[in-house]
Design a protein around this ligand. Sequence first.
Ligand code: AMP
Ligand code: MG
Length: 412
Amino acid sequence: MDKGYLELISSSAFREVLAESPPLPGTTVPLDEAAGRFLAGDVLSPEDLPRLPRSSMDGFAVRARDCFGATETNPSYLDLSGDLSITAVSAEPLAPGRCVRVVTGSSLPPGADAVVMVEHTQDLGAGTIEIRKAAAPGENMMLAGEDALAGQPVLAKGTLVRPAEIGLLAALGICEVPVGARPVAAILSTGDELVPVSDTPGPGSIRDANAPALAAMCAQAGAQPLQMGIVGDDVASIAQALTRALDVADAVFLSGGSSVGVRDLTIEALELLPDTKVLVHGLAVSPGKPTILARSRGKAVWGLPGQVASAQVVMFVFGCPFLAHLAGDAQAFTRPRAEVFARLARNVASRQGREDFVRMRLAPGSEGLPEAVPVLGKSGLLKTLVQAQGLAAIPAGLEGLEAGTTIRVMLL
Ligand code: AMP
Ligand code: MG
């Protein structure tokens, strides 16, 4: 067959293709297992939270207008109606000119619309409380329904469940959380020269470093990696291995053989599979030009470059967000990455028309910014990745970046 890349596409065009895959159908998990997952539907609040107005300070619940303008030198005096413990609920409205003693978390009586901190009061005895600071309506208290209103959406579909969301769901009594599925990501390596990690390679062989590294990245991205072994450089074997992977996985990542050389058989293998279309062959990015994306039986099949650095960079920049997208992340391709600003230590050249992802070592810098030292090296070397703490993208339109430029470094 005629070998050559399809049109090289930009990273943004590639993300658009990736975003066309529908997220996987959702499931329900216990609240304690929801962290790191993405909500599969809007969550409506089953009740008002808090149910009643609550104090957020130790002090006195008041009618704000009763201590309007109160100061140290011109205090207000209120009659104490009693004490409200943290569990007490008072149905009796707070009468004008009166206050009740509350603790942090006490439910407020009807009519009370502010709390004066105990620090700004003086108990004069005989049921009289001196108020030395005015309280605006709503001050030092939470309104009923201020966190969540019954029947209203509190968390949107596609939201990442972080500890903050777990806390809100817990307070609302939501013990079962609808979340996106954890994608099963099959990982295959191809190359006659590859042996499993546990084997001792002969002189012409190397260990399969990609599969374990890619599996670790999939797991970090919230997917379930499934390492499915090594296939030789043989079209039929690759096609068989892809078929087996597609039977069990939601997405397949095959590294090696994705370029346009005589031993690059991934495209040919894909062409043997039924219900399969190659959507992308060739990215205008470096490293990572020889990247393939196909859709087979409705699932994404990735052909990643075999070069260790290229495979990991493509996985980090595109593969991991794609897995998050499958898992239901509404912002998989738009959520800001964990990144730092850093000052570039050296000039970096870049070819126009190609977006470069430069590995960066971060070193202590001056003026509050770390220094980003480009780790230049061959994409077949593993140590360049080990030395790098981040990646900096040099846009396709630039011919490079000058030393001293402030850049963003995505943390690896
Ligand atoms: P390929 O993309 O198959 O042409 O491979 C490019 C380079 O990456 C070759 O030197 C391969 O030996 C190497 N390579 C391919 N797959 C792996 C792998 N799974 N682990 C380590 N190196 C690999
Ligand atoms: Mg190969």
